[in-house]
Write a new protein. Sequence first.
Length: 259
Amino acid sequence: MGAELATTTKPILELRSVAKSFGAVRALDGVSFSVGPGEVVALVGDNGAGKSTLVKCISGLYQPEAGEILIDGTAHRFASPHEARSCGVETVYQDLSLIDSFNISENFFLGREIHRGPNCFRVLNKPRMAAETAETLSSLHIRIPSVTAPVSALSGGQRQAVAVARAVAWGRHIVLLDEPTAALGVEQSEQVLQLIARLSERGIAVIVISHNMPDVLRCSDRVVVLRRGSLVGVLTTAAATEHELVTMIIGASADGNNR
C-alpha cells in the first residue's frame, strides 16, 4: 500500500509526515493521508497505534513536532482546540463533553452562548438557542422530545447524536469522531451510523476512530491503518475485508505469522 491516501478532488484535510513523540516514545512517525469533501475515512489500529494522538494533533490538543496539517490547502499549526475550531474542525471524544445538568440547547451552545440586551444587562437568549438547536437536530433527522430536556434524561444513542450534531453545527469542514458507537446497543449504533452518512451527504470530511470492523466497513469510504505510530496501509473499503483489516492491524502475514 502507498503511504498517502489520494482523493479524486481537492482535499479538505491533508496530513504530511506528521510526527509526535512523548519522551522516548514515538507516538506518530511520519503519518500522511488526506480526506476530501464528503469522504468518511476510518482510522483503525490496536491500542497504542497512535489513532487518538493523531486526532488530538488535528484538533489542536497536541502540537506535532514535525510535519504539516493543511486545511483547504493552507498549512496550520494549531496552538489550541479553539484555533482548530476557528478553521472548522470539530471533535467528538468518547466522553462526549456533555454536562448532564444542562439541557440540550445549553450543551449545544456551550462556550458559544447567544446573548441579548445591552452590554450591562446581557442575558442568555435561551429561546433563540433552543430554536437553532431544534433546527439543526431536525435537519439531521435526529428525534429528541425536547431541546429543553436535561442531557441526563437521554439514552446513550441520543447523547451521541447530540454531541455529533453540535460538531456538525460548528464544524464547517471537518468532523472527527472517536469511537462513536462504543458502548451503544444495536439500534443506537444504527442511528449514529446513519448520522455519519448524513455528514458525508453534506460534503463534510469525516474521520472516524473505531475498533468495530463491521461498522468501519459499513460507514467509511477508505480505511487508514496505523501500527505503532506508523501508517501501514490504506484500503478502499469496498475492496477490503474484515480479515484483511485485522491482519494489517496486528501485523500478521497471510499465514498467521507476526511480522
